[in-house]
Design a protein around this ligand. Structure first.
Ligand SMILES: Cc1cc2nc3c(=O)[nH]c(=O)nc-3n(C[C@H](O)[C@H](O)[C@H](O)COP(=O)(O)O)c2cc1C
Length: 202
């Protein structure tokens, strides 16, 4: 495969995997693609937990309303947003005062000015706001995986609270999605997409 558009066209959600393990250097390569993603104010709020052990995958599947393919995937990457990390990134990324001023209303209502830390009560509200930055990095992984002959499936239909309990993560971490990863054991047809004229607004 030689181009981004080929990867985009070939990609499918894969829910059946061959049992082979994925070498750690391949996983690192995928995470490197995530690391290079763009983000608002270069805040880089994405955080990843790579899960291979059977019991943890079983618990993740349970938290994902018993979607069986979660337990069956050789690797599950739990993709999260670090909320404090986001704000730290925004503050250091917004070097000129003008930019900070423009974002003030939007972001700074979540910050305790004395400590530059998140106000605890607002953390849950901030999660979705930051999640879409993480989604960009996740899709970088997805497309690089296609290029390496791997299959992936986003699994967002899951109870984020339960997932956080599995790993004992604090309030700062917000669940975004699971990403299943493995060598494909199926080759699904392309799913239907809306035509171009349907996605263009007047
Ligand atoms: C944000 C998001 C959430 C998704 N959640 C799930 C999920 O919980 N379970 C699942 O099996 N597939 C999930 N999918 C996969 C979609 O069902 C799939 O992308 C869509 O049907 C189009 O098929 P394709 O990816 O093969 O082109 C999700 C995809 C995205 C982008």
């Amino acid at each position: 495969m030689s181009s981004v558009i080929e990867a985009i066209k070939m990609r499918r959600s894969i829910r059946k995997f061959r049992p082979e393990e994925i070498p750690d250097e391949i996983i690192r390569d995928l995470l490197e693609a995530a690391r290079l993603a763009p983000s608002g104010s270069n805040s880089q709020p994405w955080r990843f937990k790579v899960v291979k052990d059977r019991e943890t995958k079983r618990r993740l599947a349970e938290a994902a309303f018993n979607q069986r393919h979660v337990a069956e995937a050789p690797v599950v990457i739990v993709c999260c947003a670090d909320l404090q990390g986001y704000l730290d990134g925004v503050i250091s990324g917004a070097q000129d005062l003008l930019q900070l001023k423009a974002m003030e209303k939007h972001i700074f209502e979540f910050i305790d000015y004395r400590t530059n830390k998140l106000k605890k009560m607002d953390i849950e509200q901030l999660g979705p706001e930051i999640g879409f930055n993480v989604a960009i990095a996740v899709e970088h992984i997805v497309l690089r995986a296609v290029e390496l002959g791997l299959g992936t499936c986003w699994v967002r239909l899951a109870d984020g609270k339960k997932i956080k309990e599995i790993f004992n993560w604090g309030k700062n971490i917000s669940f975004v999605t699971l990403l299943l990863l493995g060598y494909p054991a199926e080759a699904p047809e392309a799913r239907k997409r809306l035509s171009l004229d349907k996605i263009l607004l007047d």
